[in-house]
Design a protein around this ligand. Sequence first.
Ligand code: NAP
Length: 498
Amino acid sequence: MDQSSNRLSLPSSPREFGFFVDGEWRGGREFFDRASPGHGAVVTRIPRCTNKDLEDAVAAARTAFEDRRWSGLSGGERAGVLLRAAEGLRRRRDEIAYWETLENGKPISQARGEIDHSIACFEMGAGAARLLHGDSFNSLGDNLFGMVLREPIGVVGLITPWNFPFLILCERVPFILASGCTIVAKPSEVTSATTLILAEVLAEAGLPAGVYNVVTGSGRTIGQAMTEHPDIDMLSFTGSTAVGRSCVRASADSNFKKLGLELGGKNPMIVFADADLDEAADGVAFGIGFNTGQCCVSGSRLMVERSIAEEFEARLADKMARIRVGDPLDERTQVGAITTEAQNTTILDYIARGQAEGARVVTGGTPLDFGGGQYIAPTLFAGVTRGMAIAQDEIFGPVLSSMPFDTMEEAIRLANDTVYGLSASVWTKNLDKALAVTRRVRAGRFWVNTMMAGGPEMPLGGFKQSGWGREAGMYGVEEYTQIKSVHIELGKRTPWIE
Ligand code: NAP
């Protein structure tokens, strides 16, 4: 670290990775060079796997599943591996956070917090491995006893996006492993490093070979091949709604693999006049600023009661203008770089479109120049109407659209006026209003007087076109199991043939 500036340094040369199959590292033949979005310097070299590499990974995961080297262990033994993995992550926290920041562009302090949350996910997964159980029916009469067994679903393909490469991975891997399944993971090509480092941590924790495999490469090639693969039993996909749709098609056209889909959002934050307005403005600024608005659960639509709308927008704009945007390697930075050049262009295009459609920029609206990389000022649009693109499309950037409302009914109607249903928040001191809104806004995650709080106990997932199924917590583990009903005849059988 450069002590004078409180800033970590870039690596002296790019770190080259292999990919991980059947407990072994393999070297790539072709590589993708990843440049740090905060600086533009190449930081990692990631293998471009071939279809043959994917075949090897699926075959390894299949063998590891069928011979029961993992699913045949007791829940307690699986928990032991997951707890040792949590310890391994604790030891390597700073290293993992560093590579996450370099590839993703998020602030280093935030990346460390995400590793801490990931450790908690492994600890929760350990508990879940011990707690997973079925059911019994002692109510079928004296001659019949019923058991419901939970069995691991098999080989799970895991496709993850670039916005929280390690956190999203760890909101899934420990729960998949707790259930007894085996994994073939494919991270986004632009943020693969930490998914690969996890392979090292898991191997050191004693995870048997073949249980966690990682293939790297682009979504169009390796990702698409995974969605079509007949020997993957379940696919957990986190990413855009468009690719989620293609996963559904590919599943139908291949083996009807079960799908877990965590997709996009256009999430409302509803602020009533009776809220603590300073806290609400802080929470709303966090809701759109955190991770440069590149969160599936970012609050990207603000609905604010008309009587306070102007005052609230001014207070919010003041806070947003004071967010410390800058070098992700600087300890003081709160908001870092936009992760890809393509995403940077998309966000700037939406800002231009919002202005062209008649919305008013209250703060931000421009790129920021830090001498390298790509940055955008947190942006607040006022005067947004429901037909505008910035009111409907998921921008996936630090761009907030504000719309006033007069009544609670109107706020609920506006909040539900989207194809998505991932998350929502409501800000009020009135419990009746808070609960009425929580009950009637269709979203998988809800926050009352806070934003993006949570823990690995709480399930994640969306309503409507935000996805299928739930990840994390006991709900998440159960997604990776299937249910078998067992009927046991007791005593003498009543003959069918006299
Ligand atoms: P994306 O383009 O859909 O990519 C997500 C993942 O899918 C990446 O690993 C990508 O690989 C891969 N992929 C791309 N095309 C594919 C294909 N045809 N078949 C299979 N896999 C394919 O999404 P993104 O732009 O990375 O991420 C942003 C989106 O993810 C947003 O819509 C956001 O809301 C959503 N998201 C949702 C959640 C949630 O929990 N609901 C969490 C985070 C993000 P490459 O990157 O290597 O091409």
